[in-house]
Design a protein around this ligand. Structure first.
Ligand code: NAD
Ligand code: UDP
Length: 310
């Protein structure tokens, strides 16, 4: 049994991770400021004596003795991270400094939830870890993209300078139950719109692409990365390489929900990446991992979840 700290543990991904870590016999401390996460996401875990929920903001130092730290605290949806951009970049940068400082002091292994957004609007396709990216440093997405890039720099510098045992994964678009119904991300938006019989909103021409990964596949990869061989730091891409246009996604959601909703086209979001697809050769080699849940199967489970709450 390990004692594990999960920052952002009451969010969409964090709550799935906490659940899985507990199921595997670990003790979990879930730290969250409840900005985009909620107690509801972890309420089913509160009776477990090996689960502890702490309200705390990662921009402030935090002290605890644990074996491993998963650093997930940061709003992930463009609507949420653009609500208070200064707070978003502070969360990534100061959160990384505080958690790396803690890891250094207690000699814990620490994993950073980085993102495919470090590639920006990529000129290399599919994206490989060696690609440095194409990011606007002062656009509406910068607080998130540059915050996460700085966090990667901090992770690598703490590793090189202070020998902190780091692991960095770059997560590609992930969806599944417990996404916030109003968080503005495309999968939750389309499903909620379809279930409510509202127009399905495509931003731009709908030909931009994303590669969608189901949450269970991600959690598996995250844990494999945390427990990967000594000295393997990453960064490593974690995503499902099957690539879809937003128009294809909208059509799939319409078909699977049987809705009478119509597609409408709205202006494109500023600096919206035109395409995104992970090259997962490294994850396959180092983690012996590849995603097993394909889009239709994952959407069916996610639609089922949203039917229960909207
Ligand atoms: P989420 O918004 O549901 O979860 C983020 C959690 O962090 C929430 O519970 C929120 O309350 C908490 N949080 C935010 N700021 C905090 C702060 N200052 N102090 C303490 N807690 C704070 O988003 P998610 O989709 O679960 O994403 C989790 C992590 O994974 C994020 O770091 C995100 O950048 C990363 N990620 C997610 C995706 C994805 O597709 N879901 C893709 C790439 C990277
Ligand atoms: N998008 C869309 N309609 C929506 C929400 C998003 O067409 O209602 C598009 C968005 O412009 C982007 C893609 O879907 O091209 C993915 O957006 P999301 O916010 O889910 O993730 P990210 O842009 O961070 O990859």
């Amino acid at each position: 049994m390990k004692k594990i700290l999960v920052t952002g543990g009451a969010g969409f991904l964090g709550s799935h991770l906490c659940e899985r870590l507990l199921n595997e016999g670990n003790e979990v401390v879930c730290l969250d400021n409840f900005f985009t996460g909620s107690k509801k996401n972890v309420v089913h875990l509160l009776d477990n004596p090996y689960f502890e929920l702490v309200r705390h903001d990662v921009t402030m130092p935090y002290f605890i003795e644990v074996d491993q730290i998963y650093n997930l605290a940061c709003p992930a949806s463009p609507v949420h991270y653009q609500y208070n951009p200064i707070k978003t970049i502070k969360t990534s940068v100061m959160g990384a400094i505080n958690m790396l400082g803690l890891a250094k002091r207690i000699k814990a292994r620490i994993l950073q939830a980085s993102t495919s957004e470090v590639y920006g609007d990529p000129n290399v396709h599919p994206q490989v870890e060696s690609y440095w990216g194409n990011v606007n440093p002062w656009g509406p997405r910068s607080c998130y993209d540059e915050g996460k890039r700085s966090a990667e720099t901090l992770f690598m510098d703490y590793h090189l300078q202070n020998k902190v045992d780091i692991k960095v994964i770059r997560i590609f678009n992930t969806y599944g139950p417990r996404m916030h119904p109003n968080d503005g991300r495309v999968v939750s938006n389309f499903i909620v719109q379809a279930l409510q019989g509202k127009d399905i909103t495509i931003y731009g021409d709908g030909l931009q692409t994303r590669s969608f990964q189901y949450v269970d596949d991600l959690v598996e990869a995250m844990m494999r990365m945390m427990n990967s061989r000594d000295g393997f730091t990453g960064p490593v891409n974690v995503g499902n390489p099957n690539e879809f246009t937003m128009l294809e996604l909208a059509e799939k959601v319409i078909q699977l929900t049987g809705t009478s909703s119509k597609i409408v086209y709205l202006p494109p979001s500023q600096d919206d990446p035109t395409r995104r697809q992970p090259d997962i050769t490294l994850a396959k080699k180092e983690l012996d991992w590849e995603p097993v849940v394909q889009l239709e199967q994952g959407l069916i489970k996610t639609i089922e979840y949203f039917r229960g709450i909207v």
